[in-house]
Design a protein around this ligand. Structure first.
Ligand code: CA
Length: 235
């Protein structure tokens, strides 16, 4: 399956934006489906099985977050939220409900296409061959996460992460390119009853960056989405 044969469902009620999205995706050889309401989106997702969903949050009938919640009860089809809502809580909420990514309007063509490729790649690795499971490692630039030895190397040198630091880096590496919200990280690392306090993550992240980033003030490997979470870089 290459990206060109992928079916993308656009859920957007703004005629200008939906026209822009349809034209962009058609030009880039995606198969495009489109609707302007949440109810029709839910119908189309079950009847047409798109490979990826671009979802506006401010829809005339259902709120986009409600669409995410319902879709996630039966499928993992990647959802990229496209919204003008800029509050960090809105982004974190959508991601915690199970959206895969969040693009804030206005956005450009290059970024849109890159996010779609990332979302599609993740489904593929999840469905077909998990390259991490295959190689036992994840590499980006000089950074290598060795999942078998539970170690992280920078340009061949063991950076000496603590077990908790390793778990954080390992989790981000498995979802490289995607934002992992603070809440999702806390839950994944310390279970459903983990504290909602992000401070522990910030402390760990400061230590991790000191060990893996050539310049911790300008991270190359782990980026902060302020108020939302962290993202590991890919390639
Ligand atoms: Ca809208």
């Amino acid at each position: 399956m290459n990206d060109a044969s992928c079916k993308v469902l656009i859920v957007e009620d703004d005629p200008g934006i939906s026209k822009f999205l349809r034209t962009t995706l058609n030009t880039n050889h995606y198969e495009v489906l489109w609707t302007d309401t949440g109810v029709k989106a839910l119908e189309m997702i079950s009847s047409h099985c798109p490979d990826c969903i671009l979802l506006d949050l401010g829809l005339p009938d259902l709120d986009g977050t409600e669409v995410i919640r319902r879709v996630r009860s039966w499928t993992k089809t990647p959802i990229i939220v496209i919204s003008a809502r800029s509050m960090e809580e809105d982004k974190a909420y959508a991601l915690d409900l199970g959206a895969d990514d969040y693009l804030q309007k206005p956005f450009g063509t290059i970024e849109l296409l890159a996010r779609i490729r990332t979302a599609l790649r993740h489904t593929r690795t999840a469905l077909e061959d998990d390259s991490i499971a295959l190689n036992g490692s994840y590499q980006v630039g000089d950074l290598l996460i060795d999942y078998r030895k539970h170690r992280v190397y920078l340009a061949g040198n063991d950076v000496g992460l603590t077990p908790n630091e390793f778990r954080i880096v390992a989790l981000l590496g498995k979802h490289a390119g995607q934002v992992i919200t603070y809440q999702a990280m806390l839950r994944e690392l310390w279970g459903p009853y983990a504290s909602r306090d992000n401070k522990i993550l910030r402390v760990h992240m400061a230590n991790i960056r000191r060990k893996i980033e050539p310049n911790p003030d300008e991270p190359r490997y782990i980026f902060t989405e302020v108020g939302v979470g962290y993202r590991m870089s890919e390639e």
